[in-house]
Design a protein around this ligand. Structure first.
Ligand code: SF4
Length: 457
């Protein structure tokens, strides 16, 4: 006989245990086992008043936000709805079946207020990182760095025409104006400035269409793919590269993590950055050297010229000398340009008589070779590139790229929801926290991978 389920659903009392409903191998259970927010209230205490009505529990809001970032729920309205309806989410938030879920507007108020003032997202990120360290998931010395461009929440059509007239001023605009007041106008002004999020940079990736964006920068442990630090920057190469210095110094100060080997792409192979890595920070650079000297097709590049440290001169393929100066000056000169480079020149009479002139300097009277003051550091990177260890570390760099792909495809952080640099920083910190939590849950978790995967799909 065919059964039917048209029973009334109006019972008043149920015997119901939320803890029994959530499967033991659910991803959120694994995350809950490794998430320690016991110090959160203490950290936030100075930012709450001692009088007045009790606020919504900040741990509840942090747990809800973590669900959003771990499970790719980007809308706060949607997040509140999902937490109301999903029993596992309720369990993770420590809510009873009858408890009310906070309104989506509460997030906005707290995110831009006391959460930002108290840097609570960095606090949570660091609590998770500490746990990773306790579990032995941070390796001894090898780290990789990379940046990824993420679209800002700014229209591609709305550009600010007159820089003096910003009108009413939203939070993002005030942040932009404050940064100009503090640092002065940028030396190279951007092509376009967004009306809604002026801190976002107008940029194009790999010849695609341009849009407003920020960059997220990850410093990643290569042993287990744990993100040890994250920093938001404008989508520009120079701030991206130098944010690495900020991250390396911060992890050393706060956690005593010493970066001894750094893996990066060509963007990190500039002379200044290699100079900092090798001479100041004592880091082994596993980075391709950014070298313009070898870019001339069919002509002698810098590698065809031998440098002699003793005489501080180059020898060309025809055995002639290239020097900084060919005469003495009354007032001694260093020959170092504003770009921290030294130019070495051959003599015109040598080149005029040279049979290899066509391959060397066909359109000039003499050959010029530019050497960075950081050339010894570049030589260190070149020497590392020839070692077998370098081939291994090149593969390890893929870990950062995979984290960015995971961030955009699975966690759906391919466009920001918050504006301004502080909004980007908050979003990137929460994303990195979610990625570390998922990684820890995967490595230390209890459930079969198939079920855990289903739970977050
Ligand atoms: S052209 Fe001048 S610098 Fe070039 S190989 Fe000949 S002599 Fe040397």
């Amino acid at each position: 006989m065919m059964g039917s389920n048209d029973k009334p659903q109006d019972e008043l009392f149920y015997a119901f245990n939320l803890d029994e409903i959530v499967p033991q191998d659910h991803l959120l259970r694994d995350i809950d086992r490794v998430l320690d927010l016991s110090n959160l209230r203490e950290h936030l205490a100075p930012f709450y008043s001692h009088t007045g009505r009790p606020s919504i529990d900040p741990e509840l809001m942090i747990r809800m936000l973590l669900i959003g970032y771990c499970c790719g729920i980007r809308s706060e309205r949607q997040l509140c709805y999902e937490v109301t309806m999903n029993l596992a989410y309720r369990w993770f938030c420590k809510l009873k079946i009858t408890d009310k879920v906070p309104d989506h507007s509460t997030f906005s108020k707290n995110r831009h207020g006391r959460f930002r003032d108290s840097e609570v997202f960095r606090f949570v990120f660091e609590q998770v990182l500490k746990r990773c360290m306790e579990e032995g998931l941070i390796g001894a010395e090898g780290f990789a760095v990379d940046a990824s461009v993420v679209r800002a929440d700014a229209s591609k059509q709305k550009h600010q025409e007159d820089d003096d007239d910003w009108g009413g001023g939203s939070r993002a605009i005030n942040e932009y104006l404050d940064s100009i007041a503090a640092d002065g106008a940028p030396a190279t002004p951007p092509k376009k400035v967004s009306q809604t999020d002026p801190m976002a940079r107008w940029t194009a990736v790999l010849g695609g269409p341009a849009y407003y964006a920020y960059s997220t920068n990850y410093l990643v442990d290569t042993d287990n793919g744990i993100i040890v630090d994250v920093e938001a920057t404008p989508a520009l190469r120079t701030p991206e590269v130098w944010s690495t210095k900020t991250m390396i110094e911060r992890v050393q100060d706060r956690f005593g993590i010493e970066v001894k080997r750094l893996i990066g792409d060509t963007a990190y192979g500039t002379a200044e950055f290699l100079g900092w890595m090798v001479n100041e920070a004592g880091i082994e650079p596993h980075v391709p050297v950014w070298d313009r000297g070898n870019e001339m097709a069919g002509r002698f590049g810098r590698s065809n010229f031998m440098y002699d440290e003793q005489t501080d001169s180059y020898t060309c393929p025809s055995g002639k000398e290239l020097r900084r100066f060919w005469r003495n000056f009354n007032k001694p000169r260093t020959g170092v340009t504003k770009a921290n480079e030294i130019k070495y020149r051959s003599r015109k009479q040598d080149c005029d008589a040279c049979p290899m002139k066509e391959q060397c300097c066909p359109s000039t009277d003499y050959r010029k070779i530019t050497r960075s003051v950081h050339e010894p550091a570049r030589d260190v990177a070149r020497a590392i590139r020839k070692t077998p260890a370098y081939r291994r570390t090149r593969r390890q760099r893929k870990q950062v790229e995979m984290l960015f792909a995971h961030m955009k495809r699975i966690l759906k952080v391919d466009r920001l929801r918050l504006r301004g640099m502080s909004g980007a920083q908050d979003e990137f910190l929460l994303t990195a926290t979610a990625q570390n939590l998922r990684r820890m849950a995967k490595v230390l978790g209890t459930g079969p991978p198939g079920i855990r995967k289903m739970a977050v799909a």
